[in-house]
Design a protein around this ligand. Sequence first.
Ligand code: RUQ
Ligand code: CUA
Length: 661
Amino acid sequence: MQLSIGKALVMGGAVLGVAVAAASCENKAEQKGPQAASGALGASASLKQLMDSRGLSEADVEAAVKTYVPGGKGDEYMIFASGGHSGQVLVIGVPSMRLLKVIGVFSPEPWQGYGYGGESDKVLAAGAQNGKKISWADVHHPNLSETKGDYDGQFLFVNDKANGRVAVVDLTDFVTKQIVPNPLVASDHGGAFVDPNTEYVIETSQYPAPLGRAYEPLSEYKNKYRGVAMFWKFDRQKGRIDVEKSFAVELPPYTQDLADAGKLGSDGWAFINSFNTEMAIGGTLEGKPPIESGASKNDMDYLHVINWKKAEQLVKDGKATTIKGMKVLPLKVSGEEGVLTLVGEPKSPHGCDVTPDGTAVVVGGKLDTHATVYDFAKMKALIDQKKFEGKDDYGVPIMNFKEAIRGQVEIGLGPLHTVFDDKGFAYTSVFIESVVAKWSLKDMKTVEKLPVHYNIGHIMAAEGDTVSPDGKYVVAMNKMSMDRFSKVGPLYPQNFQLVDTTGDQMRILIDAPIGIGEPHYSQMIKIDKLKPISAYKPGENPYTGHVDPNAVLKEKDAKIVRNGTTVDVYMTAIRSHFVPDQIEVNEGDTVNIHLTSLESAEDQVHGFALNMYNVNVSLEPGKHENISFKADVPGVFPFFCTEFCSALHLEMAGYFLVKPK
Ligand code: RUQ
Ligand code: CUA
């Protein structure tokens, strides 16, 4: 629907009524009934003035009306976006594109008190690799938990490409509950993807290296370097990955890239594209071609087709070996048993997206102009009949490309990722051309191209990875923003553009600058599927889900207990004081502060900051925190509440004293 202010001026009309109310804050009565028309007419003159003075077109005003969400009204959808190398996850409302929260995941986050002395330190510490604490990540692909192929709003999983890790965020409180380091890989990329019932969280490696990360010279690349597909078992009851019940499938060193899980008819299968079957390893100083050209020689790379249900069975049957405590199904077994099959993919593929009906997998080609649509039924038949055109050097069977595909769609220069709507259309991000290409799954033809700004990487659609996408919105996640925003120095924000897909033509509604990291993928879920809590149970430890054994549920139970050089402080916080508020210890003492918020009212948050000791926790209503540190610096350290919780917030303070030896 294109809003014409000129026409509406003549007609009055409800459409203009809405536009006017939104843009100029006219009173509500004017939006309804016959009165509205004349009211709108009167106001439209001022709207016209406003538009002129601000240099806005009719299209601008229509876009504003479509995205404006008044205070007190919620958004329709929520986006969970990767925070890229910020190591966080961004929560953004749609259609407003307002940033609602930045969830601390792999990096400490001070506002949430994530990683500053409290219980969350354990979550971050569990993410250590090779015994090294890691405080950042390159978050790539957030995936929401699914039930029967539909987002269920319970959990979010994200991967850390840089350090080969996967995290679990609980969506009842939007808190990261677990970080699992992969002991096998040096980096990952194809994750975190879930199967339609979230039995497994899938994480596949990126840059090949010896499994378990032992040293092997690069001359051993072909023999000793490998990729891997991890299947992390998810225990929904506990809300945690069960490392013991997880397994890996060894892969050839082809630089696996994106992955996706099958759904409906293709449930039980996983697909991974790859981009360096040349096994190029660079050597630029030695005069050899860089990896980028070495890896671009072959016309075809390989789509990996994995029968994970079969892999699971073979692991149960004892066919796996163990590397660094992880069960790994060897490449030889996978090739022989039909767990792993390959099929060609044109020119440096990227993206790997299963269609909502589960019948096809779409792969883009960074140096190609097509998206290739692989037909699952055809591939399954070839695998069942063992009809292959050969094997690779690792004994993995290869299907014939032409026999495995449904067809190829002419897209444009540099197609990457593909998402889907409810009307049988697919939307592919086209990096080099900077467009979103809309194409018909049925006709396999591009029907429209929308320029976006600029160099789109990922693309995402409302409920887009489910068996029943909503349509309505697509978000272009652009890598560059050049002239889109006010300048903020040479490091520019990335640009999310909300695209309206309801009309005959796609339309950009709003640009949203993302000034944190380089986001990769994201997912968009209908708001009403999320059921977040507004308070914890009194004394609840968010990381156990239970009332903490050290919780102090009444102010009168607050106390300080000394035991040799250990001091346990049982502490409460409520508007606007801490009990106790004077703590004195001796230099060298171990201090454990057990701190419970006695608040139960919604949005009544306190914080506890102990300066110089790097202690800073957030106390949402009911929450219990356990803080531990060594009092190794003598002196006087005022502590205080960090949230403006009441008129006497500044008075919510106390003293921590450390007596010198
Ligand atoms: S990547 S811009 Cu990590 Cu998902 Cu394609
Ligand atoms: Cu409690 Cu400020």
